[in-house]
Design a protein. Structure first.
Length: 222
């Protein structure tokens, strides 16, 4: 077996633990709009678009309230919340080793471009990646499947030359939509969903990022 030409990685829950900043910004924004209303387990929905997260956490609020919370979240998170992000153990060394082995590294994320750039700068990862694709990266995309498709089109990579690494079923679905092999990480925010579907969907899972090099070889086509 041979290693893939490129690896596309999700950001939140795969490379960085951003839960503290996201939860703080979202609870602050929600309190500004809804007062002291309880909004549930934010950690269980991290990784999706903010309007999707809110639809799950607060299904009874209207469009105006949703829009106000999203605006507040962006103000708080893009202002200072992103600074609470931390690398998962082993990420930098693992990615540097893969890049040094000649494998292209790219990011595909639901996080908008500005805070994505800020987080990658904060954690020192930016120089490891070729392309970083967010929903608002031109030409834009409505979801992660579209963002991954944009990356493939931009790089000219064939789906069989790429492995997508993420922590949620949304990441898995994006890979499936593009015909790209997928590896799930069990330490991220969507591990319960991945665990539940792993056997049925034949999802390859790793417990820690430093298992990725060996798993990539196992997942690669002959």
């Amino acid at each position: 077996m041979t290693a893939p030409a490129a690896i596309c990685l999700d950001l939140d829950g795969t490379l960085v633990d951003s839960a503290a900043g996201i939860e703080w910004a979202l609870r602050t924004a929600a309190a500004e709009v809804l007062g002291d209303q309880e909004i549930g387990d934010i950690g269980a929905v991290i990784g999706g678009r903010m309007n999707v997260m809110l639809a799950t956490l607060l299904p009874h609020i209207d469009e105006e309230q949703t829009a106000a919370i999203v605006r507040g979240f962006r103000r708080h998170y893009d202002g200072t919340g992103w600074r609470r992000s931390q690398l998962y153990a082993g990420v930098e060394a693992t990615l540097a080793g893969l890049r040094d082995a000649g494998i292209e590294l790219h990011v595909v994320t639901n996080k908008p471009a500005a805070p994505t750039a800020a987080v990658l700068g904060l954690t020192g990862l930016r120089d490891l990646f070729g392309h970083v694709v967010s929903p608002d990266t031109p030409p834009g995309s409505p979801d992660k499947a579209g963002a991954l498709a944009n990356l493939l089109a931009t790089t000219g990579l064939a789906p069989d030359d790429v492995v997508f690494v993420g922590d949620t079923m949304d990441d898995w679905a994006a890979a499936q939509a593009n015909g790209v092999p997928f590896i799930g990480v069990r330490y991220g925010y969507g591990c319960a969903g991945l665990d539940a579907e792993a056997a049925r969907a034949e999802i390859a899972l790793i417990e820690a990022i430093d298992e990725l090099p060996a798993r990539l070889l196992a997942a690669s086509p002959t």
